[in-house]
Every structure is written in C-alpha cells, then in structure tokens.
Write a protein of this length. Structure first.
Length: 193
C-alpha cells in the first residue's frame, strides 16, 4: 500500500484547525456571555458611569439658576447626608386643595386649616403628591384629630403640628412611591374654635 504524502500532510494539519476552531468558538461564547452580563449590569444601573448613586426613578434636587456648578456639587454632597441648602436649591410650592377640618382631641373643639407644601426636588414630588392626595388627606386628618386644643394654640404647638404633618405626608409618599421629598409644610390658614 502506497502512502500519499499530500494526504498525510493534510491529515496532520486537520487537528490543529479543529483546536483553533474550538478555541475561537469558546472565546466567542465567553465574549457573548461577558457582553450580555455587562449589558445586564449596565441596564440595572450597577455600571452607570455618571452620577454614582443616582436613581433615575427618584426625584432629583433642582439647583437654582444662579448657583455655580461647584456650589451645586458641594451642596449635593451635603444633601446626600440629609442637609439641603436652600441657597443652592430651588423651592417649589404647592397648595393642597380645600381646607382640612377636624375635631380635636377631647371632641370639644375643632380646627380648620389650609396647607401648602414645599420641596427642593423636581416636579415628580408634586406629581406624586397629587396622585396620592386622598391618602395624604386621610393622614393629615388623622394627625389633626390627635391634637390637644391648648397645645396648638401656642407657636410651639403649631410648629410641632407642622412637623407632624410633614412626617405624615412623607410617610404616605414613601409608602406609595418609595420617596417622600416634602421639605416643609406651611399653613395657609389656621382657625380653631
């Protein structure tokens, strides 16, 4: 039996081609899996290159038009620690429709108040406030019904009530939307009897 030297050379060269083909196939799979995993991490927000800690679904602070970029950067850092600088961020005000009327603790007196709120965050906070107005009105009425008529006749009592109302509104918004954002509650009218 005679051997064909050309055929033998081809047979010997075939296995390296198979190894190269397998190597490229494995490399392609690794690249695809790595790229897919990277894309998934990017889409989930883990690999977002800008605004570390930025959540696109969370309302954002609104800088004043006259604030410099360095002031805003410093104020943003303090805001992450819960300290919002009203000299750097723009307040937005919103008045809640209709007054609130409630009996006070003990049932002998009542209060009727008008309320406005302010936020340093974007329009998403006001949109959330309007969206959940019924739940917010209910929470406000619950707070009012627990008030001592003598206590809210004083400045200190009114200030304490403002804080309780702010906490109640933010609690509703946090429960419904995952973020409160109301910085202040303001009385637009206040009558007790």
């Amino acid at each position: 039996m005679s051997r064909n030297p050309k055929k033998d050379a081809t047979d010997e060269a075939a296995p390296p081609k198979k190894k190269k083909g397998k190597l490229f196939l494995m490399l392609g799979i690794v690249v695809l899996l790595g790229g897919g995993g990277g894309a998934a991490l990017y889409a989930s927000g883990v690999l977002v290159p800008t605004n570390a800690g930025h959540d696109a679904h969370r309302p954002q602070l609104v800088p004043r038009a006259d604030a410099s970029s360095s002031e805003v950067a410093e104020a943003m850092e303090r805001a992450r620690q819960g300290q919002i600088d009203p000299r750097v961020f723009q307040a937005t005000y919103h008045t809640l429709a209709d007054n609130f009327t409630s009996n006070l603790r003990g049932g002998q007196a009542f209060v009727q108040i008008g309320i406005g709120v302010s936020t340093y965050y974007d329009e998403d906070v006001i949109a959330n406030l309007e969206k959940h107005e019924m739940a917010i009105r209910s929470a406000i009425l619950m707070v009012l019904s627990e008030q001592d008529p003598i206590a809210i006749a004083t400045s200190e009592g009114k200030e304490a009530l403002r804080q309780q109302l702010k906490n109640a509104v933010n609690r509703v918004l946090t429960n419904k939307e995952g973020f409160g954002g109301i910085d202040e509650v303001h009385f637009t009218s206040f009558v007790t009897q």
